[in-house]
Design a protein around this ligand. Structure first.
Ligand SMILES: Nc1nc2c(ncn2[C@@H]2O[C@H](COP(=O)(O)OP(=O)(O)OP(=O)(O)O)[C@@H](O)[C@H]2O)c(=O)[nH]1
Length: 421
């Protein structure tokens, strides 16, 4: 949690970036290395503001790369955004100034200038950039950075900052494998916030930067705080001591299972819950499978609805005689096989929870203090092997418990045992 918070703080340079206002003319200049996605991002930025009611326009002051103007022209035409550029003129400053004049006359309230990129950070590139900035006096200079550059980000961002007063950062290509860790360096070097991220080649694959999910992804943490909130919603703190006491007794009744099923369903789609767990991905629970799991839980609950109170509160499997099973199947409109399945699942879970017997109770009876009392070995035994493996074995589990800061672990494990089947 401390690392998480610290990284979030690092990504906040303390002052917000300039934001264009509708109806008030602004000039925004884009800088970045060649291939960073600068030209694409210019159009995305223009399109984003167009949809918000702005009257944007695009100027191609990239005279270095032959295809740059065509690319901008194509993108702009598709999005119906006015553009300006030249095939003949080789002076980027001249084009930028002409474009600016043209669009000021047209009452554009957001004039976006795309500048040249080079393969490397070259003196000529920076000089050209400086001149364009001097001539156009942009309200905001945006540094566009490829999300996959990693360590090199600091030097790169700093070099740009020294030649133009960079005021915001956009990270591109975050749809791929890159996690965009370089963003931390770029923010540090430019003392400017990240404002948007690019998540694809298409014009609308562009999102406002949101720090928490970004850092979660960076750390591969899943959405722990979201998961904690969900658990808290489903099981209010005042109900926790009761559940814990039952678990400590090692008596896992069908009624307890019923309650847990109910809680699990209340938490929302199982796949979504899974994707919040560190180290898990939603791929672990494919879409079809998720529905299946949910349907299974509901089916089990219907079956349990046909049981007597004594059956639900008992831990004696002998109560479930053949005639009772037939009766329950008929009562719930299910096959005998379904009832047997459900009972098998119950036995499997009861066995798992029986390993938790003798759990030392936290003094205040709250789940949030439970993990201090949980024995790691006890827990590794209780977890289904494939889940344990996914969590990185015992070491992974230990690390996870630390991350959780001692919250609702037992509940979570119960949920996973059910969901992972
Ligand atoms: N997957 C993905 N591709 C992107 C994204 N942004 C840009 N690209 C692609 O990256 C490539 C380079 O983008 P450009 O916009 O041409 O790069 P540039 O930085 O403007 O290059 P110069 O104009 O030469 O400086 C193109 O193929 C884009 O489609 C993104 O967010 N995701």
């Amino acid at each position: 949690q401390a690392v998480f918070t610290e990284l979030c703080n690092m990504l906040d340079p303390g002052k917000p970036a300039f934001t264009p206002k509708k109806g008030k003319p602004s000039v925004v200049m884009f800088v970045g290395l060649q291939g960073s996605g600068k030209t694409t991002t210019c159009t995305k930025y223009a399109y984003y503001h167009q949809r918000k009611g702005f009257k944007p326009s695009l100027v191609c002051a990239d005279t270095f790369r032959a295809g740059a103007f065509d690319q901008l022209k194509q993108n702009a035409t598709k999005a119906k955004i006015p553009f300006y550029g030249s095939y003949m003129e080789s002076d980027p400053v001249k084009i930028a100034v002409e474009g600016l004049e043209r669009f000021r006359k047209d009452n554009s309230d957001l004039i976006i200038i795309d500048t040249s990129g080079r393969h490397k950070q070259e003196a000529a590139l920076f000089e050209e950039m400086r001149q364009v900035a001097e001539a156009t006096k942009p309200d905001l200079v945006i540094f566009v950075m490829d999300g996959s550059i990693g360590q090199a980000a600091f030097d790169q961002a700093q070099a740009f900052k020294q030649s133009a007063s960079v005021g915001a950062v956009i990270i591109t290509k975050l749809d791929g494998h890159a996690k965009g860790g370089g963003a931390l360096s770029a923010v540090a070097a430019t003392k400017s916030p990240v404002i948007f991220i690019g998540t694809g080649e298409h014009i609308d694959e562009f999102e406002i930067f949101d720090v928490k999910p970004f850092v979660s992804r960076l750390l591969g943490m899943g959405d722990l705080s979201g998961l904690m909130d969900k658990i808290q919603d489903v099981m209010p703190a005042d109900q926790q001591p009761e559940l814990l006491a039952k678990l400590a007794e090692g008596t896992f009744t069908l009624r307890l299972l019923y309650d847990q099923f109910q809680n699990l369903l209340k938490m929302g789609p199982i796949g979504q819950v899974f994707s919040m767990l560190p180290g898990f991905s939603s791929e672990l629970m494919p879409k079809g499978h998720e529905k299946e799991g949910q349907a299974k839980i509901k089916r089990y609950m219907t079956i349990m609805d046909s049981m007597t109170a004594a059956e639900l509160d008992s831990t004696n499997p002998k109560l479930m005689t053949e005639s009772r099973i037939i009766r329950i199947a008929r009562g719930s409109g299910r096959q005998i096989r379904d009832v047997m399945d459900m009972l098998e699942e119950y036995k499997r879970l009861a066995k798992m929870w029986s390993k938790m017997k003798g759990l030392k109770m936290p003094k205040n009876g709250k789940m949030s203090d439970l993990s201090q009392n949980l024995n790691i070995q006890q827990m590794t035994k209780a977890l289904p092997p494939q889940v344990l493996k996914q969590m990185g074995g015992m070491g992974g589990l230990q690390a996870l418990m630390k991350q959780m800061g001692g919250k609702d672990m037992s509940k979570m494990l119960g949920g996973m045992g059910l969901g992972g089947d």
